[in-house]
Design a protein around this ligand. Structure first.
Ligand SMILES: [Zn+2]
Length: 234
């Protein structure tokens, strides 16, 4: 048997549960080399705001899953040393995103249908990420510091949304106003095997789909009953 090495990530003792964290996933030198590579050696989409590059399978923003029409892109050498070693296989999809100062991402939950595990490595300037439960519910800020690796599991993965506000400064818990700066994130996703059974109708695309099918079945049954002269099923 291969001895299991303990995970270098530890769960944060906060609500929501399931956020696993590792400071210093890479050294400051390594981070500086990556930033130089991102700025000088990669070809980015030519537009302002948040921009992305995809490796492995490409993420399809229409279906929120893998776009099977685009060929698999092998991980470049610089990315191979940044793959989390805590899963049994490499991720299916990796997304490098550049957030210029002030950029954000709307609150969202990554598709339950498409994805299982979710990790993110932060590079460059820190930023506050906001987690929310429900539209009016609890809110929690997480400080995404440079060189930290985060994993969303359990509640934080399935039942809370995460997003980054569009703004040029963040107000920290102690009241300090912190200027934002250039930031990159690398997100790692593993395709889900089987179906999500969380049943969260607000956030789970599997649960929503099932509900939709049931609704359709119900209306078909109601129409049939009416045809048969049985009146509405109510
Ligand atoms: Zn689900």
């Amino acid at each position: 048997m291969i001895p299991q090495t303990p995970s270098p990530l530890h769960e944060l003792p906060i609500s929501p549960s399931g956020i696993h964290w590792q400071n210093d996933f890479i050294t400051p030198d390594h981070e500086a080399r990556l930033v130089s590579l991102f700025l000088n050696e990669l070809e980015w989409p030519d537009r302002t705001g948040r921009i992305s590059l995809h490796y492995g399978y490409t993420f399809d923003y229409k279906t929120f899953g893998v776009d099977r029409t685009i060929p698999y892109k092998p991980f470049p050498a610089w990315l191979q040393s940044l793959i989390p070693a805590t899963e049994s296989r490499p991720p299916d999809q990796v997304c490098l995103q550049y957030y210029p100062r002030g950029a954000g991402i709307p609150p969202h939950v990554d598709s339950h249908r498409a994805w299982d595990q979710l990790y993110a490595l932060s590079i460059g300037a820190p930023v506050l990420m906001q987690l929310r439960r429900g539209k009016q519910g609890e809110r929690v800020d997480i400080d995404l510091t440079g060189r930290s690796m985060m994993q969303f599991k359990g509640d934080s993965r399935l039942h809370w949304t995460h997003g980054i506000k569009k703004r040029k400064t963040d107000v920290l818990a102690d009241g300090t106003v912190r200027a934002r700066g250039d930031r990159w994130s690398i997100t790692y996703r593993w395709v889900r095997e089987g179906h999500c059974e969380c049943g969260d109708v607000e956030l789970c695309d599997v649960a929503q789909e099932r509900l939709g099918v049931e609704k359709e079945k119900r209306s078909v049954m109601a129409a049939k009953a009416q045809e048969d002269g049985l009146g509405s099923l109510g």
